[in-house]
Design a protein around this ligand. Structure first.
Ligand code: C2E
Ligand code: CA
Ligand code: CA
Ligand code: CA
Length: 277
């Protein structure tokens, strides 16, 4: 038993050490990645349910580390938030997404929008609003074409500061979407206090096939509409899900059924030809 315990301890130790090592490689790699332009963006269409048209794209960051290979944003964004480099990464993402979208608009998609994820941590940066304004000015993207997606966890920060920041962002003319709705601890009263335009139902609800969960989706859509919010369903993968969302008057769809996220180059030709998935 003693022998076994010793082995388990060594194994545990080794695993912890490997995890720590990976963390350090990612942490130091993030700074290099920005300098050496290792990040890229992929774009996933948001499709209006009524017209079937692509109204916008969500920009999602991708990183291939020279040694580790593909690293999920779920992993490296969390580390970037802890180390503080998220501000610089977020700004690069915003700049690139707006630049690309303006480019597509010039090629003919005049009304095309773009949605960019904003880390909760970015809210704490006092120059966030000034940075967003600067990006809009330098890329000449119309503010009404930009949506910033925030998650419910911004609620862990001082509420007055969050509301004030959201008001200042909205004063620029941009839209705010509440991402991953249903996974955090936001309530109806919470929603009503925050200036928002769009509610994105988390894919865990959209993909659930049992009747109770479908009732939740139906209730979220009705509630959001009563608050004058548009509703996007994310993670739509099947025709059945689409049919249900149509029946319940969801506004916008996003998911593999319509398209996976793809690099900008894959979309440019499609947009010129006015193609929709
Ligand atoms: P998210 O903002 O909720 O983004 C949606 C995620 O769902 C994306 O994963 C997307 O590829 C995936 N997805 C889309 N359609 C489907 C579907 O039909 N089925 C399934 N199973 N998944 C689908 P991704 O790109 O791996 O990003 C994961 C998360 O990483 C994002 O979740 C977001 O929280 C974060 N993230 C990604 N890019 C950025 C960024 O530029 N900035 C920040 N702050 N966070 C980002
Ligand atoms: Ca998102
Ligand atoms: Ca989401
Ligand atoms: Ca998510």
């Amino acid at each position: 038993a003693k022998q076994q315990g010793g082995n388990a301890y060594t194994l545990f130790n080794r695993k912890m050490q490997e995890e720590l090592q990976r963390r350090i490689v990612i942490e130091t790699g993030l700074r290099v990645a920005l300098e050496q332009k290792q990040f890229s963006l992929v774009y996933q269409p948001l499709v209006d349910l009524q017209s079937g048209r692509i109204v916008s794209n969500e920009a999602l960051i991708r990183w291939t580390h020279p040694e580790l290979g593909f690293v999920s944003p779920v992993e490296f964004i969390a580390i970037a938030e802890e180390t503080g480099i998220i501000g610089d990464i977020g700004l690069w993402t915003l700049q690139e997404a707006c630049r690309q979208t303006k480019n597509w608009q010039r090629k003919g998609r005049r009304q095309l929008g773009v949605a960019v994820n904003l880390s909760g941590k970015q809210f704490l940066e006092p120059d966030l609003v000034a940075n967003v304004r600067a990006v809009l000015e330098s890329t000449r993207l119309d503010p009404s074409c930009l949506t910033l997606e925030i998650t419910e966890n911004v609620a862990i920060y001082n509420e007055d500061i969050v509301i004030q920041t959201l008001k200042e962002l909205k004063a620029l003319g941009i839209r705010i979407a509440l991402d991953d709705f249903g996974t955090g601890y936001s309530s109806l009263s919470y929603l009503a206090r925050f200036p928002m335009d769009v509610l994105k139902i988390d894919k865990s609800f959209v993909q659930n096939e049992n009747e109770d969960e479908k009732e939740i989706v139906k209730t979220i859509i009705a509630m959001a509409h009563s608050l004058k919010l548009r509703v996007t369903a994310e993670g739509v993968e099947t025709q059945q899900q689409l049919a249900y969302l149509r029946q319940e008057s969801c506004d916008v769809l996003q998911g593999y059924l319509l398209s996976k996220p793809r690099p900008a180059a894959d979309w440019t030709e499609a947009f010129i030809k006015n193609y929709d998935p």
